[in-house]
Design a protein around this ligand. Structure first.
Ligand code: DAK
Length: 260
């Protein structure tokens, strides 16, 4: 499939998506969101893929937000549809069967911060900047920032960021739990690939079931979440991977997982 606003590359079992509008600091317009939607459909259906990395083109920005030039003259119905499109794409990323790693290589603002938050794991370069500056533009966040940010950093810190529109550094984002690790810029993508490969060396079915248990469980109370975990744990005993993983441990050899 061909894309104009994103790049999609495969390196073995890892796919790298690069949002590629560097002149607009990789801002998300409707066309870019639709391309991301198609790309994640393609990747989600690919059983040979173990993880996806998403990053931004150039050295300045991951994604500097939803495209303000695109949004400025939307009418209320169009604005609502744009928010629904963004939310649908980010939900697709959050619920992709494979883990998605955000390699945040610069500004991650508004829709860019929301995109990073929809990913399973966020790695950042030292020059990354995070924020939800929508209130500076007279609008609230539209791609679920009001929902994912408090879940990641807690209600008080989230509200401070959402109400002030302040940008925070990569170190501060690390301190409050918004990113998992911070790297010098040149080391970010290699680190993301190494992490993707490490995840890819584990039991693929176990990774998918674990992602589902964390995501589904967070939407339930603890008792239901634990019941769901017990279900997926039981389900894993129907797989070849479980037999191989436990057998390999007892035979003191490296497991050869097949994702079945
Ligand atoms: N949209 C469009 N273009 C953008 C952009 C953006 N978000 N961010 C940057 N650009 C463009 C700039 O206009 C500029 O274009 P030219 O003038 O060269 O044509 C180019 O990228 C380079 O930017 P700067 O010249 O401004 O670069 P600086 O280094 O000076 O500043 C900056 C970098 C990231 C601090 C600055 O560009 C900036 O503040 N950008 C805007 C950041 C921002 O506010 N992001 C949040 C966007 S709002 C909703 C749906 C969605 C949303 C909300 C509601 N509903 C429908 C309810 C989501 C909202 C957002 O994400």
């Amino acid at each position: 499939m061909s894309y104009e606003n994103i790049l999609l590359e495969r390196e073995g079992a890892v796919a790298v998506i690069t949002v590629n509008r560097p002149k607009a600091l990789n801002a998300l317009n409707a066309d870019t969101l639709k391309e991301l939607d198609r790309a994640f459909d393609e990747l989600g259906a690919d059983k040979s893929l173990s993880a996806v990395i998403i990053t931004g083109a150039g050295e300045k920005a991951f994604v500097a937000g939803a495209d303000i030039a695109f949004m400025k003259d939307l009418n209320p119905v169009e604005a609502r549809n744009f928010a629904l499109l963004g939310q649908a794409v980010l939900n697709k990323i959050e619920n992709l069967p494979q883990p998605v790693i955000a390699a945040v290589n610069g500004f991650a603002l508004g829709g860019g911060c929301e995109l990073a938050m929809a990913c399973d794991i966020r790695l950042a370069s030292e020059n990354a900047r995070f924020g939800q500056p929508e209130v500076n533009l007279g609008v609230p966040p539209g791609f679920a920032g009001t929902q994912r940010l408090p879940r990641l950093v807690g209600k008080g810190r989230a509200k401070e960021l959402l109400y002030t529109g302040d940008m925070i550094s990569a170190d501060e984002a690390y301190r409050i739990g918004l990113v998992n690790k911070v790297y010098p810029a040149a080391e970010l993508l290699p680190a993301a690939k190494a992490l993707a490969e490490k995840i890819g060396s584990k039991g693929p079915v176990a990774i998918r079931l674990t992602k589902s248990a964390v995501n589904q469980g967070l939407e339930m109370d603890a008792a239901r979440g634990m019941a769901y975990e017990a279900e997926v744990f039981g389900l894993s005993f129907a797989t070849e991977d479980q037999k191989e993983g436990m057998g390999a441990f007892l035979e003191k050899r490296k497991a050869e997982f097949k994702g079945k």
